[in-house]
Design a protein. Structure first.
Length: 354
């Protein structure tokens, strides 16, 4: 994941040469949490090679064996929203977070190619802000719809980002105003802040993805995810409203991170407008990423997902700094592997030409 925060660089999925370490070679193998089975994965429809089911790397490049300690028990939870096309990239660093952090959730997020519906329910059921069906007859006539009468708000987003309330839903003023403001149509008002105050006490968001059936005007609706976002959640993302860690006046309990190229991350952000109601965190770090030599980036200075997570957790007070630094060591070894494989491939091509 690549992020760019104001004049400083921070996170998403490209990188530029990070800070040099003394040992450029892969870490010594130590047996920790080794997978119980191996899977044979078809590579490009030709040969097969054994893959580690835990880190999704070829067994000869398995990352699990490089962890010196068991999973880090991070006190600040991490929720990664991972673009659906990012998972299988050989240099995706979320795999390191998955095997290295205990308190972690990875949610797959796909693009909206037709439309999607979001249903938000507040975790505090005593809050009365929310929505209701238009009337009893309307509710009865639409009993087969997926509208959740317990939702605080339910809205639909189309392919190009247009937001509208879900059918048969009446929104009270704070939420009606909030939908417009999530699209940037109006300035933030008291109504928007009122809705945000409730949202930040914790909520559950469900995404229903709708896809047109081939050769038909009918669509298929599938639940893509349902995520609990507790009180104390922050989104690591650069925006005009993002703040530095020194400006946070509450305890951070959950860090939400977008995993994808910069273009994918921006699209995820725009197609998941509920993210805009969370506090936005920026990282003020002057670090260069390890990514630069092996993965293309839109500009110098972007950090990988795992680098962004490590620096953010440190910034919000995670205690085990040594354990977090070790995750960067594992990431560095993965980059070294990729660079070596790239060099070997170039040498092989050169020898074939002679």
């Amino acid at each position: 994941m690549l992020m760019y925060f104001k004049n400083r660089v921070v996170s998403f999925s490209g990188g530029n040469h990070f800070f040099a370490r003394q040992n450029p070679h892969p870490l010594p193998v130590q047996v920790q949490n080794l997978p119980q089975t191996l899977e044979m994965v078809n590579e490009s429809g030709h040969s097969k090679r054994p893959m580690c089911p835990s880190c999704s790397k070829p067994t000869r490049l398995c990352l699990c064996t490089r962890l010196k300690t068991p999973c880090l028990e991070n006190s600040v939870a991490v929720t990664i929203l991972q673009h659906s096309l990012e998972k299988n990239h050989p240099l995706n660093s979320t795999r390191i977070a998955s095997i290295g952090l205990q308190n972690l959730s990875v949610i797959s997020v796909s693009d909206v190619n037709y439309e999607a519906e979001f249903v938000i329910r507040l975790l505090n059921s005593n809050l009365e802000m929310g929505s209701r069906n238009l009337d009893e007859n309307s509710s009865r006539n639409n009993k087969d719809s997926n509208f959740d009468s317990n939702a605080a708000v339910s809205f639909t987003i189309e392919k190009y980002g247009a937001i509208s309330p879900s059918q048969n839903q009446h929104l009270n003023k704070p939420w009606e105003q909030s939908l417009a403001e999530m699209q940037g149509k109006t300035e933030h008002s008291g109504s928007f802040r009122e809705a945000i105050d409730d949202i930040r006490k914790g909520f559950i968001v469900k995404k229903l993805q709708r896809k047109l059936l081939d050769g038909s005007s009918k669509f298929q609706e599938l639940k893509e995810f349902e995520v609990s976002v507790p009180s104390g959640s922050v989104l690591l993302f650069p925006s005009e409203s993002s703040i530095g860690t020194e400006e946070i006046d509450f305890e951070v309990k959950n860090l939400i991170v977008l995993d994808g190229t910069w273009a994918k991350a921006k699209r995820m952000y725009n197609e998941n407008p509920w993210l805009k109601m969370l506090p936005h965190l920026r990282l003020d770090v002057e670090k260069l990423s390890l990514y630069s030599e092996v993965r293309r980036q839109p500009r110098a200075g972007y950090l990988s997902t795992i680098e962004s997570i490590v620096y953010a957790l440190k910034a919000v007070g995670e205690k085990d700094c040594e354990g977090l630094d070790h995750l960067l060591d594992v990431f560095e070894s993965m980059v070294v592997d990729q660079r070596r494989c790239k060099d070997e491939g170039l040498r092989q091509r050169f020898s074939n030409c002679n």
